[in-house]
Design a protein around this ligand. Structure first.
Ligand code: BG6
Length: 482
């Protein structure tokens, strides 16, 4: 099946921090792929801005090199690459002084969507917002895009929100959580609210518990300083896993409209109970090469590279159904899966020998995006009635005939949504604050108790205590399979 491309109107996109890792690895390749897909009109303008004193040609070389690495398939077409670069410009500019701003202003087009992408550290959000205003660059059609980390705690997130709100209204602010741009994450909503099959069972009466796993095999190389201040709780749990939890647990919004969806997500976060200290396991990888503390160069670091916890939602739908969330670095595989574990049938008519079986709906976010429903059937050929579990498996690539295509990257969807002015897949300010309000006491508790993360082997499934967290409840984690 060929995916449908909905063209967008002409736009100017200005990327602050355009020589940084995120811009070169994610944003520019995503733009290039959308360009190759034929989604843009001719006169689009991408302007890189950063402190480095490059000229247009030098910036083109950097961009081309990064596109060859991160969008190799599209780069086979040299004409396409050249045509894309014609639309890419560069301005040396300093966020904290007036340098470069007049040159930027001179390049901008009037009467069209103008998106400023803040691909810079949060300390520059305020100065950038102020400069945009001081130089009269904010028009009616202006949007700003801000990256995570959006704050370090509730207080800093509030202050960032206030800084941005001084210059832009909420409808102009696009806070990225790239997990929301992943195809299968959006599919979560399609599966829940586009089918009659699941929603009637989607509550504590039928669901025993839910597991959300975001396992990574990579470590933290190159980001040691940031990561050692953040840890898995701030880096992954407060944002990506929280967003997945919201989409799994929220009530059906009345429509697929930005505020309707975000209102429901906010209600989920606000319904989260504080997490009991003995319902959290923190871990730090070691062995098989340098351990976490060696990597960050801090022999006494108490930062977690792994966290698993049990969360409860105090609301009508989910009271009594725990949510187990875990994420970590240097684990056995890269695998993000949500498992909805249904309850056993209330009574087995087949007797004790048939065994106990429960349905599991597995939503695989990456890799091999798809959905599997484990159903119970009769074991073929056996005398009597022995039951076995078999998967009803749907790989999206196979089902949609897209095996030979790269799945679209989250940034492709998100950047185009900014241009279209659709905020559904972006976090609202109050959502981010509510997520920090839940996270802060957890982290404060660790600090107050001097909590030290449990070591776990690189390449394993995480610390043994995470297994115990489940075992104590008579449950077990589903495997981490690539
Ligand atoms: C980022 C985190 O937000 O998400 C990283 O800062 C993490 O630590 C990354 O590796 C994971 O993203 P993905 O898309 O590779 O699952």
């Amino acid at each position: 099946m060929v995916s449908r491309v909905i063209p967008v109107d002409p736009f100017d996109l200005i990327i602050f921090g355009s020589t940084g890792d995120l811009a070169l690895r994610k944003i520019l390749p995503a733009l290039f792929r959308r360009f190759c897909a034929g989604q843009w009109p001719k006169d689009v303008q991408i302007i890189g801005a950063a402190r480095a004193a490059y000229d247009r040609g030098a910036f083109h070389e950097i961009v081309a090199e990064s596109l060859r690495r991160h969008a190799p398939y599209q780069c086979n077409d040299a004409k396409m690459l050249a045509s894309f670069l014609q639309r890419v410009d560069y301005v040396p500019l300093d966020a904290q002084s007036d340098e470069g701003w007049a040159q930027l202003a001179a390049k901008l087009t009037t009467d069209r969507v103008r998106a400023f992408y803040f691909s810079v550290g949060p300390r520059l959000f305020g100065p950038l917002a102020e400069q945009i205003h001081a130089h009269n660059l904010a028009t009616q059609q202006t949007r700003i895009v801000v990256e995570k980390p959006f704050g370090h705690d509730l207080e800093s997130a509030r202050s960032l929100n206030a800084t941005l709100a001084a210059h832009f209204n909420e409808g102009q602010i696009y806070r990225i959580d790239h997990y929301l741009g992943k195809e299968t994450v959006q599919n979560l909503m399609a599966v829940r609210f586009g089918n009659m099959l699941f929603e009637p069972l989607w509550n504590s009466q039928y669901v025993d518990h839910i597991q959300i796993t975001v396992a990574e095999s990579v470590g933290i190389d190159g980001r040691e300083e940031y990561y050692d201040r953040a840890g898995a709780m701030r880096d992954m749990m407060q944002n990506h896993l929280m967003q997945l939890l919201c989409l799994i647990a929220m009530e059906p919004p009345a429509k697929f409209d930005p505020d309707a969806v975000r209102d429901e997500k906010l209600k989920v976060i606000r319904a989260l109970d504080p997490v009991e200290p003995h319902h959290i396991v923190r871990g730090q990888f070691e062995g098989d090469g340098p351990g976490y503390r060696e990597v960050v160069g801090n022999p006494r670091s108490k930062t977690e590279s792994y966290v698993a916890l049990k969360a409860h939602l105090s609301n009508w739908r989910w009271a009594g159904t725990p949510f187990y969330l875990r994420t970590g670095k240097r684990l056995v595989a890269r695998s993000s899966v949500i498992n909805v574990m249904f309850k056993d049938a209330p009574h087995s008519i087949f007797g004790a020998d048939a065994g106990r079986h429960a349905n599991v709906l597995s939503i695989r976010l990456q890799p091999n995006e798809g959905i599997t429903l484990k159903v119970t059937i009769k074991e073929p050929g056996q005398g009597g009635m022995r039951l076995v579990d078999v998967p009803l498996d749907m790989s999206f690539a196979e089902a949609l005939g897209s095996e030979n295509q790269d799945p679209p990257d989250a940034y492709e969807r998100l950047v185009m949504d900014v241009i279209r002015g659709n905020q559904t897949l972006f976090m609202r300010g109050d959502e981010v604050e509510a997520a920090w309000a839940w996270t802060d006491p957890i982290i404060a508790g660790w600090q107050a108790r001097g909590d030290v993360p449990k070591p776990y082997d690189s390449g394993s499934t995480g610390p043994g205590d995470a297994e115990l967290l489940m075992k104590r409840d008579g449950r077990r984690w589903q495997g981490i399979n690539p």
